[in-house]
Design a protein around this ligand. Structure first.
Ligand SMILES: NC(=O)c1ccc[n+]([C@@H]2O[C@H](COP(=O)([O-])OP(=O)(O)OC[C@H]3O[C@@H](n4cnc5c(N)ncnc54)[C@H](O)[C@@H]3O)[C@@H](O)[C@H]2O)c1
Length: 309
């Protein structure tokens, strides 16, 4: 009988650790095979997912013996937390384990967009040498505005300050005094209006859905850089495209999308948009973080199954 079903990719060393003690079914593509998944989860005590498996509705109802869900990442919007709590199913995210990767993505894309350097390849391959057109900006001395001031934003703040940036954040749920040392606490409008690099670090909730829309873009500096490596749906994609095409925004990096995976139809919206970096939800995903995330989740799931959690 299977003990643990893993529906998305997981670091092989962590899977081997689980296999040494349990019967494990690991199929990195299982999230896309709902009928097979429904059969496999019928009797299992533990399920391990990333963000493409929706742990809710019929899947959850059919997993009658489920005790533990391991989440290879931190966002919990693909898991019905209320239903899990009502059935005393423990949910273990990999809190903190991919934070550094997200922060390096934010800093890396911010530097790239400020320099405009990514734009050079196609021009140069076409025979241009745009030395004077591509005079970019330094990140030092700029203001980083963090929308949300939780775990990843705080790590981002540390890195940004180490690079000589000033840092402000908007998060009405973090009480004054707690962790704000050296970080300016601003209302959202003031943060949007004064930041050179705006990075979103919110969960997707009914309150945050659409928070960064047309009105928000209108408040930003016309040369500001916007980065969303949090969740699609927090930012209005059509409004972003309009801002970039209209010259009301300096550049943007999007790692997350309203519809994931982004398919050709949805991607058409972004065609011909200047100064835009698109990545397929990989900000938190590096060789190193995959090892940390998978190791942590394997350990937490085993601890829960063995009554040590
Ligand atoms: N792209 C990726 O690969 C990747 C990787 C890891 C995390 N993420 C996403 O990054 C986001 C942040 O992760 P985290 O670990 O820092 O989360 P966290 O829970 O530590 O922090 C979130 C912060 O948002 C604040 N917040 C909630 N609602 C708010 C609102 N309406 N207005 C302002 N602030 C609000 C909370 O008070 C909290 O401080 C999540 O959406 C997570 O899913 C993405």
């Amino acid at each position: 009988m299977t003990d643990i079903v893993i529906t998305e990719f997981m670091d092989e060393a962590a899977v081997a650790t689980l296999k040494a003690r349990y019967s494990v079914h690991h199929d990195p593509e299982l999230f896309g095979k709902p009928d097979e998944l429904a059969t496999l989860v019928a009797d299992i005590p533990a399920l391990i997912v990333r963000n493409q498996t929706q742990v809710r509705g019929a899947l959850l109802a059919g997993a009658k013996n489920l005790k533990v869900v391991g989440r290879l990442g931190v966002g919990l919007d693909n898991i019905d937390m209320e239903a899990c709590s009502a059935r005393a199913i423990q949910v273990f995210p990999a809190t903190g384990a991919n934070s550094l990767s997200v922060v390096e993505y934010v800093i890396g894309t911010a530097m790239t967009l400020l320099r405009g350097a990514y734009f050079a390849n196609s021009a140069m391959i076409a025979g241009e040498f745009p030395k004077t057109k591509l005079i970019g900006r330094e990140i030092a001395g700029k203001r980083m505005g963090l929308v949300g001031f939780g775990a990843i934003a705080r790590d981002a703040a540390r890195h940004a300050r180490a690079l000589g940036m000033t840092v402000a954040a908007y998060d009405p749920y973090v009480p004054a005094g707690d962790a704000w040392q050296g970080i300016e606490k601003l209302e959202l409008d003031a943060l949007l209006a004064t930041s050179d690099v705006i990075s979103i670090h919110l969960p997707l909730t009914p309150e945050t859905r659409g928070l960064i829309g047309e009105a928000a873009f209108a408040k930003m500096k016309p040369d500001a850089i916007l980065i969303n490596a949090a969740r699609g749906g927090i930012m209005d994609e059509a409004a972003l495209v309009a801002a970039l095409k209209g010259g009301c925004l300096g550049g943007a990096a999007l790692d997350v999308f309203e519809q994931e995976p982004l398919k050709a139809d949805g991607a058409k919206l972004f065609a011909g948009t200047p100064n835009l970096i698109l990545t397929p939800h990989i900000a938190g995903n590096t060789v190193e973080s995959n090892g940390r995330v998978s190791g942590l989740v394997a350990e937490r799931v085993m601890a829960a199954l063995e009554g040590r959690a």
